[in-house]
Design a protein around this ligand. Structure first.
Ligand code: CAO
Length: 438
């Protein structure tokens, strides 16, 4: 027997008037228990509302941008088997007498009203199978996406396994699928953006003993993201050195003075200060290309991403409003953020909104490297291990502590001369930290 159940907004804590930021299902979708239905976002948190019963979506009762509170209706579901519900009727569902099933046209209208758009004409063109649309079923089924998005991706031949999710917890959103399709359509037709052959599958066991280890979720996400940036951005890396002999003396003195408070200032905090100053001097480094690729968007704030090595993989949390923070505040926030990164306590929001990134390998070693730009940012500063080197000054060689800098930038936005000016400026302010006061 078919029953109609209404899914209501559950108890979401002390929140009233929470915004619907995403609708993850459409009329006609079959959903299972725990499938996410809608995403809500307050100014403090984002949350998904999961299905507490399985069934077929009959009507979506909310619209994108609408504000909802506990008890408001979200979705009506046709539940064909009463056993699909939990034993006690959940407090967030309400049974209604069955009414006549809406005509398909009405369903479509409801879907449109709820901004779950049908594929556009452009998308319809994308239905033509292309080599890139071959779906890897295993990866597709593991992808983090709602039933509506799965259906949408299937209609367009989009392989969810190849798409980076930009939603909460890396969930794939409709826009991600559209972006992927757009990018795929601009390929040469061989299934990747460079038009080169994919890597061959090799059975390494024929050469000796092997062990297969799965990549962590962070490894997989980061890998896709880095690959995208590597092939899309024309990178140039500018190398330079900064004489940090005085800075190091000052740093040690500060750490001595702050011993009691326990705040440890590393070179990284000074680098962030120096970047704030350099971005003021060269605002083009604090920009992003807009979606047309014809304009750059200059940012008046300075949020710095810091690459952090954690047991689960590389993460790049963003330290916000660096232009308003003191050296000690930056140092404290770095310690606190790297601890949260290692404890896997960062949220997706902590990783967004960066203007430029720093990748510091100085604590480990190396003389130089070529970091990959963290798009939509246009530059990233790589830092290697400082070493005492003989520097020729006033007719003699003197030992100075030299810090290697490797600045990668997007050559579409920044030309070579400015790349060199930027690192020369960084070198100047790091060599004489009084200049940071100017
Ligand atoms: N030269 C010489 N010594 C350096 C240095 C440098 N450039 N940078 C740091 N050090 C020293 C520190 O002073 C510290 O020594 P003390 O204990 O004697 O003070 C030691 O190395 C360890 O520093 P740290 O790495 O713990 O601290 P940090 O603030 O420099 O960096 C963090 C913090 C989170 C960025 C770092 O731990 C990290 O994860 N780095 C890896 C980043 C990464 O993976 N990048 C690659 C991304 S792919 O492009």
């Amino acid at each position: 027997m078919t029953e109609i159940k209404e899914i209501l907004v559950p108890d979401i804590g002390d929140f009233e008037g929470v915004e619907v930021i995403e609708i993850l299902v459409a009329p006609g979708d079959s959903i299972h228990i725990e499938d996410p239905l809608v995403s809500l976002e307050s100014d403090k948190a984002a949350m998904e509302i999961p299905a507490e019963v399985a069934g077929t979506v009959r009507e979506v009762k909310v619209k994108l941008g609408e504000k909802v509170s506990q008890g408001d209706p979200l979705i009506t579901l046709e539940v064909s088997d009463a056993s699909a519900t939990t034993e006690d009727t959940p407090p967030t569902t309400k049974t209604e007498p069955e009414t006549a099933k809406p005509e398909p046209a009405a369903l479509e209208q409801a879907a449109e009203q709820n901004v779950i758009q049908k594929p556009t004409a452009a998308a319809a063109v994308q239905r033509r199978p292309t080599p890139a649309s071959t779906i890897d079923e295993a990866r597709f089924s593991k992808a983090h996406a709602s039933p509506a998005i799965r259906k949408f991706a299937r209609e367009l031949g989009a392989d969810l396994g190849q798409i980076n999710g930009s939603g909460p917890s890396g969930r794939i959103l409709k826009q991600d699928v559209k972006d992927w399709i757009k990018q795929t359509l601009t390929t040469t037709g061989s299934g990747n953006t460079l038009g080169i052959e994919p890597m061959p599958e090799i059975d390494f066991s024929q050469f000796g003993e092997i062990q297969t280890l799965p990549l962590t979720r962070i490894n997989q996400l980061t890998g896709k993201f880095l690959h995208r940036n590597w092939v899309n951005i024309p990178h140039v890396t500018q190398f330079d050195e900064a004489d940090i002999t005085e800075l190091e003396n000052f740093r040690k003195q500060l750490n001595e003075e702050n011993k009691k408070e326990g705040t440890r200032i590393t070179v990284l905090a000074f680098l962030m200060k120096a970047l704030v100053s350099a971005l003021k001097q060269y605002p083009r480094f604090n920009s992003s290309l807009d979606h047309t690729g014809e304009n750059i968007i200059l940012k008046k704030y300075v949020n710095i991403g810091v690459a952090m090595d954690t047991p689960a993989g590389l993460v790049v949390p963003v330290i916000r409003d660096c232009e308003r923070k003191s050296l000690i505040e930056l140092a404290t926030e770095l310690i606190e953020t790297s601890q949260r990164a290692r404890d896997k306590k960062l949220s997706p929001g902590d990783m967004q909104g960066g203007c430029i990134s720093i990748s510091s390998l100085g604590g480990i070693g190396g003389t130089a490297f070529t970091p990959i730009v963290n798009a939509p940012e246009v530059a990233i500063l790589g830092v290697s291990r400082a070493q005492i080197k003989p520097v020729y000054q006033d007719g003699e060689f003197v030992p100075r502590l030299m810090l290697p800098l490797s600045l990668s930038y997007d050559h579409r936005v920044i030309d070579g001369a400015n790349g060199a000016r930027f690192t020369a400026y960084l070198s100047k302010v790091l060599s004489d930290t009084r200049r940071l006061l100017l």
